[in-house]
Design a protein around this ligand. Structure first.
Ligand code: GTP
Ligand code: MG
Length: 631
């Protein structure tokens, strides 16, 4: 972990080194001052030598000014180094996240990634600053001050050893308890962020279901837990200061008592005793700062680990070594494809014995299922909480064998959860198949350069998103070099030109974040236009006209047929009317192919298709409202 993080110090290495040097200089000056003061007392004041008083006084002043200069420089270098380090880390994490495949993203929650980018990086930043200042200054001060006391009076320095031993034991006890409490806080931060994120993004739903009180309750529970853990952690940390003060005063009393005896015996001068007091403070304060720095650093170890995880995550979908750089045509082949989503990682709070116990119980269940001692259903009955977490390896697509010619229009029909989205996600390699292979233009999708492949496959996702910016800017996500004319052409094809032109600012209308100021149907058409601008060889519309009226839907399909005949089109729909004029229609049932053929063929041969067609002819409803078909 340390190596992963240290790589990102980058150009701030110089500032870090300068900070360490300045801090060491400051510590040296701080140690020198009591030494000069002892000389001033013994050679100047005690002997009444005014010349020596001036000389040593001037030296002390010089040391103080130097200490100040070193201190300021150290602080500035340290803050430059630590902020630069943090910004490098954020940058690297951001780049790393951008390269993640869908299954990488599924592994972390969005809220978890945000905590890592914000709170965790801030913790590491603070710890780094602590490391290049306190962790350098305190040990240096400690060693130098100890050397000085031993050189002044070896007998009296034994007192420090006793004090250091006591302080060491007390601080170890405090730290041990505090760090375990702090590491639990971070897991709770994820909960807090996920509650905020879910609520803020879904605020309209929360309001329409009048769930504000429930959401407030959930949020309060999350902050209550953080409050409780923080108070627990801090209640150990606050003991630091009283323990420290107890040790300091005990040391001063012990040194005063023994020091007085030493002076009477003529083994110590008054000046030396005064400087011993200063060194006492130096030594003990260094110990305290050191302990604080340890707390901060151990707290940030958990954060550092979480950051390193994000940086070291290997994108599961990557371009191969010698990638194919051209997609020949829009043909698509699924050769015996089976697919399962990876497990969603549920974070385990390792400091919580209850959570660890549950984790092991879950592992036992999984093992039992793997060995065939019980079925998935039996395991889920024993532990209902694991249901839906993807803990079992479940194929959502099985034995798919399809061969589609370039330029064909394929309709895909199937109930909710029948894996329509999963099937088409394999074409632009949003996910990799678990078994079998998907070919585009006659080559396995894994052989292509990812950008080349994805540029050739335009996909309008079911959960589509627009970004804040003008309509033009949004459209140019599809193709940044598209001219205004091309943008308009794509919008005409997607039946979006009419409504855009009716806006006062036309194509320069600003879209709010998440596209909230356009209707669902308008957003869908903008997303289709955006995908068309890529001039893809394969176009996938995943239920992309569900919010568009039937007449407009029909004219979009007509435009596609006439204007982009060479593009292979996959049209997922819940409506028979949306797919019936396709060249061939695929009927999916629970991840397997139930039928594949033209509308007429399927009406004759496919039971599911026929019942849906009949039901929709009567009610105009969609797939899941067909009789005998449960949603
Ligand atoms: P609709 O869009 O509702 O019509 O369904 P669909 O036919 O597109 O089904 P989809 O391919 O989205 O889902 C098929 C199965 O995969 C379902 O059982 C889902 O629970 C599961 N699934 C879908 N997306 C994910 C995912 O990101 N992770 C995991 N683990 N499972 C998923
Ligand atoms: Mg879907």
């Amino acid at each position: 972990m340390v190596r992963t993080l240290a790589k990102h110090i980058g150009k701030y290495r110089t500032a870090s080194i300068l900070s360490v040097l300045s801090v060491l200089g400051e510590a040296g000056m701080d140690i020198l001052i009591p030494f000069v003061m002892a000389k001033l007392i013994d050679q100047g004041i005690s002997r009444g030598d005014l010349g020596a008083v001036y000389r040593y006084g001037l030296m002390m002043l010089l040391c103080a000014v130097m200490a100040l200069v070193f201190g300021i420089a150290g602080g500035r270098f340290a803050s430059r180094a630590s902020s630069g380090f943090a910004s490098n880390l954020r940058d690297a994490m951001y780049v790393s996240i951008q390269n993640y495949s869908f299954s990488n993203i599924d592994k972390y929650s969005t809220a978890g990634l945000i905590t890592r980018l914000t709170t965790d990086v801030t913790n590491v930043q603070n710890a780094y600053q602590m490391m290049i200042r306190m962790m350098m200054r305190s040990p240096a001060m400690l060693i130098l001050a100890l050397c000085m006391t031993i050189s002044i009076s070896p007998r009296l320095s034994l007192i420090f050893l006793g004090a250091a031993a006591f302080l060491g034991c007390a601080l170890t006890f405090i730290l041990k308890h505090a760090t375990s409490a702090f590491s639990r806080v971070f897991v709770k931060y994820d909960d807090l962020n996920s509650s905020v994120q879910e609520n803020v993004t879904g605020i309209r739903v929360v309001k329409s279901f009048v769930r504000e009180d429930y959401e407030i309750g959930r949020f309060n529970a999350a902050i209550e837990e953080i409050y409780r853990l923080f108070v627990r952690a801090e209640s150990f940390i606050v003991c630091n200061f009283p323990v420290m003060m107890l040790t300091v005063y005990t040391c001063i009393i012990a040194i005063s008592w023994n020091g007085a005896h030493e002076i009477v015996a003529g083994r110590l001068t008054t000046g030396e005793l005064t400087s011993l007091f200063s060194y006492t403070m130096n030594i003990l304060i260094s110990l305290m700062f050191l302990s604080m720095a340890f707390v901060m650093i151990s707290m940030s170890l958990a954060s550092g680990r979480r950051i390193a995880e994000v940086l070291n995550e290997i994108p599961s979908v990557r371009s191969p070594k010698d990638p194919v750089m051209e997609v020949k045509d829009g043909s698509v082949d699924f050769c015996n494809v089976s697919f399962s989503y990876g497990k969603r990682r549920v974070p385990v709070d390792w400091d919580n014995p209850e959570a660890v116990k549950r984790y092991h119980e879950k592992q036992k269940l999984k093992e039992a299922v793997r060995q065939g001692k019980m079925t998935v259903q039996e395991a889920e009955k024993l532990d209902p909480d694991i249901r839906g977490t993807g803990w079992e390896k479940k194929y959502v697509l099985r034995d798919i064998d399809l061969h589609i010619r370039s330029g064909e229009t394929i309709g895909i029909l199937g109930g909710t959860g029948s894996s329509k989205t999963s099937l088409v996600s394999l074409i632009p390699r949003l996910y990799d198949t678990s078994e079998g292979e998907v070919k585009v233009g006659g080559r396995n999708v894994r052989e292509y350069d990812l950008t080349v492949l994805r540029d050739a496959v335009g996909m309008v996702l079911q959960k589509n998103t627009l970004f804040s910016g003008t309509i033009y800017e949004n459209l140019r996500w599809g193709n940044e070099n598209a001219t205004d004319e091309e943008c308009r052409g794509a919008c005409v094809l997607a039946c979006a030109d009419d409504f855009i032109s009716s806006f006062p600012a036309g194509y320069n209308t600003r879209i709010e974040q998440g596209g909230t100021n356009v209707s669902g149907g308008q957003r869908q058409r903008l997303c289709i236009a955006r995908a068309l601008l890529k001039k893809p060889k394969i176009l996938i519309l995943d239920d992309s006209t569900s919010a568009v009226d039937t007449a407009t839907d029909a004219s979009i399909r007509k435009a596609f047929r006439e204007k982009i005949p060479d593009t292979t089109k996959f049209i997922i729909s819940q409506r028979i009317s949306g797919v019936k004029d396709a060249d061939r229609i695929l009927v999916l049932d629970e991840g397997t192919i139930s039928g594949f053929g033209t509308h007429e063929e399927l009406l004759k041969t496919n039971e599911i298709y026929r019942s849906v067609a009949e039901a929709q002819a009567e009610s105009g409803g969609d797939f899941d409202h067909a009789p005998g078909k449960e949603a």
